[in-house]
Design a protein around this ligand. Structure first.
Ligand SMILES: Nc1ncnc2c1ncn2[C@@H]1O[C@H](COP(=O)(O)OP(=O)(O)OP(=O)(O)O)[C@@H](O)[C@H]1O
Ligand SMILES: [Mg+2]
Length: 270
């Protein structure tokens, strides 16, 4: 029997109080696939991730997960909701939405405690994840009193600790310093090579090839283009349309002018 896709969206519409966000979006994502979501500000990336996490439901169209409709009714069934929430996890673009515990330790331990793991297992998994994300020294600090990048690392840790099958990552590297960015990219790359399904919204073209085997470009709430990283990055018209290339300002003597500019991916040898 053919495996149903992990996610299947058919002609999905979603709006926020009359403001359209998704506009006839259709896409299939296979189990184990790694996908990058690109697109201009407001093109619908975060909304799509929230639909995939069953936080929002479309006003029109269908969403299914592993062949089962993802509807409010399905999420009201305790067994389905529990297994869905265990398997699928979203790291929000803005960590303030995600962090609510009194300390960093409590934040990372919250999910594991909900899972009713043994005390030893909670302590060892939480300790290992805090070390991985470089936040051990912050363990007793309140998350709301951290820097933006520190908050982001705590939010990532609180999701990674549960080892979900499906990771929905909304600009996971934004606000991180370069070293932390590269650690997160390494992690996503590891997941890419595993059986996990990873969907990452990003504006960083230079990481797309590392984190995804397929790219979806959103334009005004629907899929404008899909292809491999190489195919998408070679489509200059598309990148311009989706605000993914920008104008660089150059000065020649007294004259300053701008022209569109694509940052090429520079890899270095070790
Ligand atoms: N909470 C909200 N209330 C009203 N409109 C919203 C809300 N969140 C998003 N929108 C609107 O929905 C559309 C899609 O927004 P979305 O956040 O999904 O875009 P995005 O691709 O994630 O953008 P960004 O790159 O800026 O994160 C935009 O027009 C936006 O203004
Ligand atoms: Mg967004």
């Amino acid at each position: 029997m053919l495996m149903p896709p992990m996610f299947e969206l058919r002609d999905v519409y979603f709006e926020y109080d009359g403001i359209p966000a998704l506009h006839g979006l259709s896409v299939q994502i296979a189990e184990g696939e790694s996908v990058a979501l690109l697109g201009a500000n407001g093109s619908g990336k975060s909304t799509l991730l929230r639909i995939l996490d069953a936080l929002y439901f479309p006003s029109h169209g269908q969403v299914s997960f592993s062949g089962r409709p993802l509807t409010p009714e399905a999420l009201h069934q305790e067994e389905f909701a529990l297994s869905f929430r265990r398997r699928v996890a979203l790291v929000f673009q803005n960590p303030d939405v995600q962090l609510f515990n009194p300390t960093v330790f409590d934040e990372v331990a919250f999910g594991p405690l909900q899972m009713q793991w043994s005390k030893e297992e909670v302590l060892s998994r939480v300790g290992a994840t805090m070390a991985l994300m470089g936040i051990t020294h912050l363990r007793d600090r309140p998350p709301y009193r951290l820097s933006g990048g520190e908050k982001k690392r705590v939010a990532l840790a609180s999701v990674i600790v549960l080892d979900p099958d499906v990771l929905l990552l909304d600009e996971p590297t934004s606000t991180l310093d370069p070293r932390s960015q590269s650690q997160v990219i390494d992690l996503i790359q590891e997941w890419k090579g595993s059986s996990k399904t990873v969907i990452t919204a990003t504006h960083q073209l230079e990481i797309v090839d590392d984190i995804a085997s397929r790219v979806l470009v959103l334009e005004e709430g629907r899929v404008g283009a899909t292809g491999t990283a190489a195919e998408i990055l070679a489509n200059y018209e598309l990148l311009l349309r989706a605000n993914l290339v920008h104008a660089h300002r150059h000065s020649h003597g007294t004259i300053t002018h701008t022209h569109p500019h694509l940052h090429s991916h520079s890899k270095h040898e070790h």
